[in-house]
Design a protein. Structure first.
Length: 201
């Protein structure tokens, strides 16, 4: 029953974003829900879905990141698994060398809670990637996600946060090749190890 809740208006989107900031700050990314945001904003949950396609988009917009990683990720993955590692690393490299990344890094350094929330977004995106790629639920999927997250976290930490050598000296092309091939290895191994499951063995 939605009576008593506000309908859409020019200010509704900002109202939802304000509520989202409060909910994410109180609960963290993983525990927050779109319904909780709707209750806090005093709007129907359908309005939250109308303005934002997913929790990830709502979060990135609420903290001021001007991209929708879910849509970008889908575009990177759509061409298929061949060459996916380097495409992912090209996207991540461009992202982390942009003004958006500077905002993320500075915010995370100043507010540890934000760093945890960003981590939640990353995990959510890898799960979404596994769904798009068609990897079935199970131990292979979870282990592959753990490997991929470790590679990405290692790149971000060594190259951008701690600025360790020789990671920072790699050119963009080198970084894409070196780290992208590591990711591709994870993807290929997951595909190979998932075959028995797909074949019903």
């Amino acid at each position: 029953m939605t009576r008593g809740r506000r309908r859409g208006s020019p200010a509704t989107r900002e109202q939802i974003l304000d509520a989202a900031r409060k909910v994410f700050n109180e609960r963290g990314f993983r525990a927050a829900s779109l319904r909780a945001v709707a209750r806090t904003a005093n709007v129907d949950p359908a309005l939250v879905h109308y303005y934002f396609d997913s929790k990830v988009e709502l979060y990135t917009q609420s903290v001021g990141i001007g991209i929708n990683p879910e849509r970008v990720l889908a575009e990177v993955i759509t061409p298929g698994r061949r060459g996916l590692g380097r495409r992912l690393m090209a996207f991540l490299t461009d992202l982390w060398e942009s003004e958006v990344a500077q905002f993320v890094v500075e915010s995370a350094r100043e507010n540890p809670a934000l760093a945890s929330q960003y981590a939640g977004v990353i995990v959510e995106q890898w799960r979404r990637a596994a769904d798009i790629l068609g990897f079935p639920p199970g131990i292979v999927r979870e282990e592959s996600m753990a490997q991929a997250i470790a590679v990405v976290a290692g790149v971000v930490t060594s190259r951008y946060l701690l600025e360790l050598e020789p990671a920072t000296s790699l050119t963009r092309e080198q970084a894409i090749r070196v780290y992208g091939d590591l990711l591709q290895g994870v993807i290929d191994d997951a595909e190979r190890d998932s075959e028995p499951t797909k074949g019903g063995r």
